[in-house]
Design a protein around this ligand. Structure first.
Ligand SMILES: Nc1ncnc2c1ncn2[C@@H]1O[C@H](COP(=O)(O)OP(=O)(O)O)[C@@H](O)[C@H]1O
Ligand SMILES: [Mg+2]
Length: 252
């Protein structure tokens, strides 16, 4: 592990079981992300991207294997400790913005700061963060009064208001038109620089993936060296066989 490694995933396997059967989802995942690095993660629907992101972000646990952040093993932390760690160190945004509809933009962004900080301070900091994402004029609007691009920017502000070390983004542009997507990418570059942020961005969109310093390819629960679309040589066919339809329930 290098000194500036911020996240380290070591031998992660994930399986899910019901009464009858065990479904393997991720196989022997090993990867590291350095401070300030932007890593793109691409792969077909059902390949395990969201599962991997959830495990790395401490919202899900590996079946075996370990996840370290700042050298601390988060995969074995107790729930309370992990929740505090997540609150301080990890930001996460999703394709659906998951804003609280009854709260204004300002209140949504202040929510992660209500834990342990006084309310005035939380609202001031939230206003500052909304200014950084270009939404000073939208503080008192509720989510339904905002465009998709604006809602995603509120979600980013909420994710970054605690100044986490890393932002995980799961298909962040999936619900946006191309112009809003482009603006969002530019904003992520600016915020990354300003906060010396590391990013891992899951995407289907090659234009979005190209913003990363590095692109990881997940296929059938395994990290592979090259994208499935160029894997036509016989030697790669086995590793890149598509997941049986019966095991893919179409989740994105
Ligand atoms: N909670 C769950 N219950 C059952 N199957 C799941 C669950 N979560 C994920 N899966 C399965 O795990 C595989 C990977 O899913 P996911 O991580 O959502 O992939 P992706 O984000 O790449 O589309 C899929 O086959 C999906 O059906
Ligand atoms: Mg997904």
């Amino acid at each position: 592990m290098q000194n500036n490694t911020i996240v380290h995933v070591q031998g992660v396997h994930k399986e899910l079981s019901n009464d009858e059967k065990t479904f393997p989802i991720l196989h022997n995942i090993n990867l590291s992300i350095r401070q300030g690095e932007w890593v793109s993660l691409v792969g077909p629907s059902g390949s395990g991207k969201t599962t991997l992101l959830g495990i790395m972000a401490g919202i899900d646990r590996p079946t075996t294997g370990k996840v370290f952040m700042h050298g601390q093993e988060i995969s074995s932390m107790r729930e309370g400790q992990l929740a505090r760690f997540r609150n301080q160190q990890i930001g996460i945004i999703f394709q659906s913005f998951f804003l609280i509809s009854s709260l204004t933009a300002l209140e949504n962004v202040a929510v992660p700061l209500f834990i342990g900080k006084n309310k005035r301070h939380a609202l001031d900091k939230a206003a500052d963060m909304l200014a950084q994402v270009g939404l000073s004029h939208r503080l008192n609007n509720r989510p339904h009064q905002l465009s998709g691009g604006e809602q995603q920017r509120v979600a980013i502000a909420r994710a970054l208001v605690t100044e986490p070390a890393i932002l995980y983004a799961d298909e962040p542009t999936g619900n946006l038109d191309s112009s809003s997507s482009q603006q969002l990418m530019m904003l992520l570059h600016t915020l990354r620089k300003r906060q010396n942020l590391s990013l891992m961005v899951v995407t289907h969109d090659n234009n979005v993936a190209a913003h990363g310093d590095r692109v990881l390819h997940l296929y059938d629960g395994m990290l592979v060296d090259r994208p499935a679309s160029v894997a036509s040589s016989p030697s790669t066919t086995t590793a890149l066989a598509p997941m049986p339809k019966s095991e893919a329930n179409g989740r994105q």
